[in-house]
Design a protein around this ligand. Structure first.
Ligand code: PLP
Length: 407
């Protein structure tokens, strides 16, 4: 089915504006997606009608807010096909979800000489928390190398697995290159050695259909703001038995059963990991974002984005001086590139002058950029509301920019 993109665009107020005198072309979706009117309305609707603290009130507003909040948990469970609602924990973002697991599961179960395996294409948020953990526990961080196409070198990955591997934490889809990693096979391989597997789904959940039961990962993290939802809200999925084995992350209200000065007993999952008043408005609004995705259909979104990827890849490869970075066989709709003899930041600024928003720099993947011997790239990332005519505008703009140094 081809999408009615005009109708979809009508739902996004932010897209209908000029930037620097030109219609906005928003190609920075891997950093954050725009929000449909329904999500914006859900946030203000909560504050207008339902604002109340959840889980502990006897009054109608508290009851309503609690119900809406828990409805989102159920919708997230459906979205990733978890077994039960209690396997879904609300956090501030993917970053906090990773930190939560590193500092609870990691601190409890890792000992000296154990190994944590990550890849060379991780986002900093899937490097630094494990690095901190390894330093504290005298464990070893091992890195799966990446080839020139920007793909994990699978043989090397297999060689790195051993009985010492306690955690494999891997990016499902690369934010910097768009590579889709073979995580199903990787999870199975790691499980043979008894490792727990953490998937960074910050980029995959918006493009691919995710089934955590089928994948059999122990943890999955993602951020609402990359899925047409609000900022400051993340999800941590964990298998019940694994979450139950972990100590709490933060102490405070809501995460307890009973408190005395002698001893505190902790609440059941997921509340054990949700200390304090959560981000109620944004959690409630996130259900609307998931409804938006469900109504269009994940596979329709993916087909549209794949078509944009093919179209842009073939148009831009014709441009003299255009150097793609990351040309994996299996990719989502992200194109990272450089223009010969030009700094990516300069290219980004010149594109902005024509109303085109892209991201430039290291994309929070400095080790990956070092692997490619680059300071950074220009990254265009497409979403459901982007069009071929927007790609044509960028083709024209990049061609002009490239000519400055590539006659
Ligand atoms: N992991 C990946 C692959 C990402 O792309 C990002 C954000 O760009 C993150 C983690 C961090 O997400 P957040 O900043 O929402 O916590």
């Amino acid at each position: 089915m081809s999408l009615n993109v005009d109708k979809i665009r009508d739902q996004f107020p932010v897209l209908h504006q000029e930037v620097n005198g030109r219609p906005l072309v928003y190609f920075d979706n891997a950093a954050t997606t725009q929000k449909p009117q329904s999500v914006i309305d859900a946030i203000s609707g909560y504050y207008k009608l339902d604002n109340s603290n959840i889980h502990r009130g006897a009054h109608t507003l508290a009851d309503r807010a609690t119900r809406y909040f828990e409805d989102t948990r159920a919708a997230v469970k459906e979205f990733i096909n978890a077994r039960e609602d209690s396997e879904i924990i609300f956090t501030k973002g993917t970053t906090e979800s990773i930190n939560l697991v590193a500092s609870t599961y990691g601190r409890k179960f890792l000992t000296k000489g154990d190994e944590v395996l990550i890849s060379a294409m991780e986002h900093h948020s899937n490097i630094v928390p494990w690095q901190m953990l390894c330093e504290e526990k005298e464990a070893v961080l091992k890195i799966i190398p990446v080839n020139d196409q920007g793909e994990i070198i699978y043989d090397e990955f297999e060689k790195l697995l051993s009985e010492k591997t306690k955690i494999l934490s891997v990016i499902h889809v690369s934010n910097a290159l768009g590579t889709i990693n073979p995580v199903r096979e990787m999870i199975q391989a790691a499980k043979k050695w008894g490792a727990k597997v953490f998937l960074d789904g910050a980029q995959s959940t918006s493009h691919l259909t995710i089934d955590v039961q089928e994948l059999d990962c122990d943890f999955l993290a993602f951020s609402a703001h990359k899925l047409y939802g609000p900022t400051g809200l993340g999800i941590l999925y964990g298998k019940r038995e694994v979450l139950e084995s972990m100590p709490p992350y933060q102490g405070g209200g809501e995460m307890i059963k009973e408190v005395s000065f002698e001893k505190t007993t902790y609440n059941d999952i997921p509340f054990k990991f949700e200390a304090g008043t959560p981000n109620i408005a944004d959690v409630i609004a996130f259900k609307t974002a998931l409804d938006f995705i469900r109504e269009i259909g994940k596979s329709n979104i993916k087909n549209h984005e794949d078509e944009l990827l093919r179209y842009a890849s073939s148009s831009w490869s014709e441009i003299k001086g255009f150097i793609p970075v990351g040309i994996a066989k299996d990719k989502i709709s992200v194109i990272s590139f450089n223009i010969r003899e030009m700094h990516p930041f300069d290219v980004g600024v010149m594109l902005d002058a024509t109303g085109i928003a892209v991201r430039t720099g290291h994309h929070c993947t400095q080790p990956l950029m070092q692997r490619f011997g680059l300071e950074g790239t220009v990254r265009a990332s497409f979403s459901v509301y982007n069009t071929k005519s927007e790609i044509d505008q960028m083709t024209e703009a990049v061609s002009k920019i490239a000519k400055i140094k590539n006659k």
